[in-house]
Design a protein around this ligand. Sequence first.
Ligand SMILES: *[C@@H]1O[C@H](CO)[C@@H](O)[C@H](O)[C@H]1NC(C)=O
Ligand SMILES: *[C@@H]1O[C@H](CO)[C@@H](O)[C@H](O)[C@H]1NC(C)=O
Length: 313
Amino acid sequence: MQGDRKMGRAWKIIFFSLLWSSCLALEGGMLTPKESRSREIKELNGVWMFRADFSKTRNTGFEQRWFTKSLSESGPVIDMPVPASFNDITQDPRLRDFIGWVWYEKEVWVPQRWTAVDSGQRVVLRVGSAHYNSIAWVNGAQVTQHEGGHLPFEADITRLVQSNPSQPCRITIAVNNTLSLHTLPPGSIQYMSDETKYPAGYFVQNTNFDFFNYAGLHRPVLLYTTPKAYIDDITVTTDFADSTGLDKLQQHSTLTGLRRTTADLQKDYTFSAKTECFNASCSTVHNDNERHASNALWCYYHPQHCSYTGSNS
Ligand SMILES: *[C@@H]1O[C@H](CO)[C@@H](O)[C@H](O)[C@H]1NC(C)=O
Ligand SMILES: *[C@@H]1O[C@H](CO)[C@@H](O)[C@H](O)[C@H]1NC(C)=O
């Protein structure tokens, strides 16, 4: 009973910490960052520090809080290329077939012009994909947690990099490749209880697919900046018009008929303006002091549509 209650409490703590960490992660359009006059990209591809948690529970990294200091201080590390699957990088069969948490770390200098508090920049950490479950920390603070091996995820790390600009930024990412009935593709973990045949705690990953469960940081990891007011998402909706619409169809080969585009702009999570573009003319619907900034962003994407028609109301 006592044990059950403790377990219940442990689960509650895990649940609420996951809930909290997922709140820090960015929501929204996850537009692929493109370099521009107002946006810089720093690729973190190359050699990272790496350590697989070979402990029986696979949990030693969390118990010893490997994310709080350089991974090399936690024990033996190896070089690991990113992006890549860790499985085929060494000749160690234990790493090839490893199931559980592996830890990656990279120290990176963030340019001074990004870290100045008055820089007007947002700094975002973006992981192209990590198979399968991952948790990311910056300078020891958890910034995001993500489930799913194939899609990108991001975290706004502006405050973290600006609070300690004289030190390199330490990025730690733990990735767990365990497949369960809730993952894509699904799998299951089987513990071998016969201790005459297997070492204590021995388990295997069962799968029902005909490819190898490659894992690790599979796509590029990067830092990028945006101005404080930035385009979070773009929605394009299309519609038919009568005979006039057919003309439009010829002009915009990927769109049908009338074109209507909406961009939601966010500033510091509190500001939100909506720029609506209908055919070639844009106007800002919800207006405030940031009207010009948001319009300027819109113009970057669609210079040909940049006849600004907003009013002060
Ligand atoms: C991580 O890996 C271990 C070992 O396979 C497994 O027991 C655990 O459920 C995994 N956790 C997550 C969040 O995938
Ligand atoms: C957009 O273009 C269509 C077709 O030329 C026209 O019928 C419509 O009035 C235009 N809408 C606006 C808001 O300008």
